[in-house]
Ligand binder design. Structure first.
Ligand SMILES: *Cc1c(COP(=O)(O)O)cnc(C)c1O
Length: 351
């Protein structure tokens, strides 16, 4: 099967034929040297950010590459994973012609990006257990389908998608399988990044927005073969990751011990929340979670959402999503925040 995968036939013709913009920093790379820089029309007065940032984010990529056991050339960074996902659409999907497959209930941006890029979004619902419906997905594959999006752990359900099923897709689909691992740090399961050498059509996205606690700096990560990364590099805006973001991200990734401490506290709080939910009568089902949130079914989601809101607690009502009728999604907060939530749930329970 793998031999049928042909990256060059997957790339949009205009992208294959274009020459990327070459920035001043691309043409002269060694900008740490003692040189006089008169090439980029910058303001010469030093203030920390008067120079353009490194367009290839070398330092950060080398650090990530070390930690993840990949080559720096297998990494592309973006302004959040949302930019990374958009680049995938623009590199591989021809507007008004191509299609993608998504599996609701899932992350809403795939659908938005498909619409923005005029790409057909073929939706194949997950099963009632929020797992991939393999026969239906295989059925939906056509020559127009260029990308299949898999979110694991899945948002909003919180569960991991079964490895064997993902493997079948990787082996039976000749487009790209994009696995969104925004929540991978909250589970014990290995990242799919480790399988990259086995599957030339595998793309993994991660983010510093969740476990790393850096939603405000916007840093998304794409891991894929060097060939795929080269294509994405051709079309990315030259300075898409700003200097402040590169610096903050580098510090945090380097200090991954602190991240691990916070993640383990969140996981501990997740099981405490889950236990507390069991004593709330109007919560009728708690879905298993490997992420930093819990999806729970209640008797009347709109009513319970409003009641919580009045008590100063904002959760996410996911009722409009397929298979999520009357479901609320609770992000795991600090111990104090979760105690407030539990107190509020008990109060509402007694009304
Ligand atoms: C939160 C989230 C992201 C994060 O996107 P960023 O643009 O990196 O903040 C990506 N995918 C999923 C499934 C998410 O839930």
């Amino acid at each position: 099967m793998e031999s049928k995968f042909d990256l060059s036939s997957l790339v949009r013709t205009n992208v294959a034929n274009m020459k990327p913009y070459s920035s001043a920093r691309d043409e002269f790379k060694d900008f740490t040297a003692e040189m006089v820089f008169l090439d980029a029309n910058e303001n010469p007065f030093t203030n920390g950010v008067n120079r353009y940032p490194d367009p290839q984010q070398r330092d950060l990529k080398v650090l990530l590459a070390q930690q993840k056991g990949v080559d720096a050339a297998q990494i592309l960074l973006g302004n959040g994973s949302d930019e990374v996902l958009d680049l995938l659409f623009r590199a591989f999907c021809t507007p008004d012609k191509d299609a993608i497959i998504t599996m609701p209930p899932t992350y809403g941006m795939y659908k938005v990006l498909a619409a923005t890029n005029a790409i057909v979004n073929k939706e194949v619902l997950l099963t009632n257990e929020f797992q991939i419906n393999l026969p239906k997905v295989l059925d939906a594959i056509s020559p127009q389908v260029k990308l299949i999006f898999i979110c694991s752990p899945n948002n909003p359900s919180g569960n991991l998608l079964a490895k064997e099923t993902v493997k079948s897709l990787l082996e039976n689909f000749n487009g790209l399988v994009v696995i969104d691992e925004a929540y991978i740090d909250f589970t014990d399961q290995d990242s799919w990044v480790r399988s990259m050498s086995k599957y030339p059509n595998l793309v993994v996205t991660q983010t510093l927005s969740k476990a790393y606690g850096l939603a405000g700096i916007r840093l998304g990560i794409c891991y894929a073969s060097e060939q795929i990364i080269q294509i994405l590099n051709k079309i990315k805006p030259p300075y898409n990751v700003n200097k402040l973001t590169q610096e903050r991200a580098f510090d945090r990734v380097q200090n991954s011990d602190q991240v691990r401490v916070e993640v383990s506290k969140i996981i501990e709080q997740r099981s405490k929340l889950k236990a507390a939910f069991k004593n709330v009568k109007f919560i009728t089902k708690i879905y298993p979670s490997e992420a930093n949130f819990i999806l729970a079914k209640v008797d009347d989601a709109h009513r319970r959402y409003d009641q919580l809101l009045k008590m100063g607690i904002v959760v996410r009502n996911r009722s409009s999503q397929p298979l999520c009728e009357n479901c609320l999604r609770f992000t795991v907060g600090t111990k104090e925040e979760n105690q407030k939530l539990i107190a509020a749930l008990h109060k509402i329970n007694q009304l």
